[in-house]
Design a binder for this molecule. Sequence first.
Ligand code: PGA
Length: 256
Amino acid sequence: MSERRPLIAGNWKMNGMRAEARRLAVEIGTLRMSQPDAEFDMLVCPPFTALEAVGQVLENTSVYLGGQNCHASEKGAHTGDISPAMLADVDCTHVILGHSERRTDHQETNEQVKAQAQAAHAQSLIAIICVGETLEERESGKALEVVCEQIKASVPGDASYGNTVIAYEPVWAIGTGKVATPADVQEMHSDIRKTLSEMLGSEEAEGIRILYGGSMKPENAKELLALDDVDGGLIGGASLKAEDFWTIAQSCPSIS
Ligand code: PGA
């Protein structure tokens, strides 16, 4: 839908010492400010240790800052975790939740992701809720069903287009160079929107941005971002090179 403003989000994962992260942020901020009126939003999600440094660099740019995960509790005895309030404290506006690497490496469940999203919303953070099927699920024809189940179980009832973004990331496409076909991506995004509409009503569902993630690169971005229900990208590898990240952002169709 044409009024949804595209979001180009960089997931830096576990990459970037502070000096390196600062350099990358300077480059991205400078590129963004070379076209301040371009009609897309940009977000970077560095590792926790670089958030403050990157936030300082991006202060006078319009590039948003996000965390890669957060706990569902406000504070307390949760060694190794970070709360939504801590992210807000270093000027984050967004947080990625339920990324497939979290679901696999840390056994995060849909129920936990839902609780984390609610906690993030309570701190006025925008939750980017990730969903996606495995290769086995795709090959057995269950992709649509699996992903829509994840949506139903991970998206909280208070989700709105103001506080929630969905990222569809087929697990088999992340970091592999393999990309889902445009037809499969559009079919999935449209089904996700239908599911959101059943849960939250059509107005919210029409406004919620649904990003595609999984080996998005300058070479394939234009085709993916042109799809009706694709409202941006969640980019891993290619977000670590400012030029590539910027080229992807510039591949967004203009809002009509
Ligand atoms: P990728 O990662 O672009 O390196 O495939 C995407 C992601 O995991 O968010």
